[in-house]
Design a protein around this ligand. Structure first.
Ligand code: ADP
Length: 332
């Protein structure tokens, strides 16, 4: 079967992944393998923009690779690799930075947010973060990029950079990518208000033990208007119910939808039920993850092999980019 094109996505090596990463991105990475050539990248260079202590970097890369593999990224079908192992991206980053107005980068809401979070480390790389991301995407000639909605400004920026480059060098070497979101593009944290994320410590790890998972689930905020056990609740505004709809059997979802509204079931029991469904849904993922975790050499070999395959595509694109600009290629 001919594939519809190429998909690329990357994520910083933040270690064990949470339900937001899983529902917002990884599930799509896995599903898209059926129809696209997929390239999935652990973007360690991007991590350096904010991470100063790199002692755990390799371990975090490994943990993330375990989550991706156990979730169903198939290294036979897809390329999975570590960004810094294919340094062509840094060359393209430099080249794209010459067609990027500085004001465009400092105006991005994502930059402003990162600058607010890291007031003592607003480095040059942090400003250029979206340029490096654009370089990642276009280096692999990607048609589609599966990401959560938070990445929309970066995708739009990438499309603009592609147009600027092609216009400046009068070519059509670079491809404008489309954004692909899942059915759950924004997962809320256990606070039920903000986006789930590690920095807010409102996350639930997909690789946690059943006990850890249950403990985090029991901390989840439900319908804020429901104060007493005898108050009727409103599942339509409850984050726990929205998760039941994803992970629980249909009969449980229907039962909660009725019983919550007439105070037939309390939030504690409802959360216990969700923890059970979540743990059951993640059981086979966790078993596979444990198998991969026992074979670190194999996991690193997958990442090395992925980098070799990625390098072939990257080298070809860079030849075209250099030709379009008029830079001499080695050996010509
Ligand atoms: P990065 O900063 O490298 O994108 P993140 O861990 O923030 O790393 O995100 C990795 C991927 O998971 C991205 O595609 C992002 O959009 C998605 N994602 C992260 N958190 C959530 C969330 N709470 N809901 C939906 N998608 C999310």
């Amino acid at each position: 079967m001919t594939k519809k094109g190429r998909v690329f996505s990357g994520a910083r090596p933040t270690g064990r992944q949470h339900l937001g990463n899983y529902l917002g991105a990884i599930k799509n990475y896995v599903a898209l393998q059926a129809d696209y050539d997929c390239v999935y990248c652990i973007v360690d260079l991007h991590a350096l923009t904010t991470v100063e202590d790199t002692v755990n970097l390799k371990q975090n890369i490994f943990e993330m690779a375990l989550d991706w593999l156990a979730a169903g990224i198939d290294p036979q079908k897809s390329i999975m690799f570590v960004q810094s192992m294919v340094p062509e991206v840094t060359e393209l980053h430099t080249i794209l930075s010459m067609v990027t107005p500085l004001g465009k980068l400092t105006d991005l809401p994502t930059f402003k947010e990162k600058a607010r979070e890291n007031p003592n480390n607003i480095n040059y790389g942090l400003v250029g973060y979206p340029v490096l991301m654009a370089a990642d995407i276009v280096l692999y000639k990607s048609n589609a990029v599966p990401v959560g909605v938070d990445q929309a400004p970066h995708l739009e920026f990438t499309r603009e950079v592609v147009r600027s480059f092609n216009y400046r060098y009068n070519c059509n070497v670079l491809i404008e990518p489309q954004m692909k979101v899942t059915e759950v593009p924004k997962v809320l944290g256990i606070d039920g208000v903000q986006k789930m994320g590690k920095s807010l410590d409102n996350h639930i790890e997909i690789a946690g033990t059943p006990e850890e998972t249950q403990k985090r689930v029991m901390m989840m905020v439900t319908d804020p208007a429901r104060i007493k056990r005898t108050d009727p609740g409103n599942p339509d505004v409850c984050n726990v119910f929205s998760m039941h709809k994803i992970f629980s059997p249909k009969a449980d979802v229907e039962m909660i939808n009725i019983e919550c509204r007439r105070a037939g079931i309390g939030c504690v029991d409802c959360k216990k039920l969700y923890a059970k469904s979540l743990n059951e849904s993640l059981a086979s993922f966790r078993a596979k993850r444990a198998e991969f975790a026992d074979k670190p050499a194999e996991v690193w070999a997958i990442l090395h092999d992925g980098a070799q395959r990625a390098k072939v595509i990257a080298a070809q694109t860079m030849r075209e980019v250099r030709d379009a600009i008029g830079l001499p290629n080695l050996g010509e």
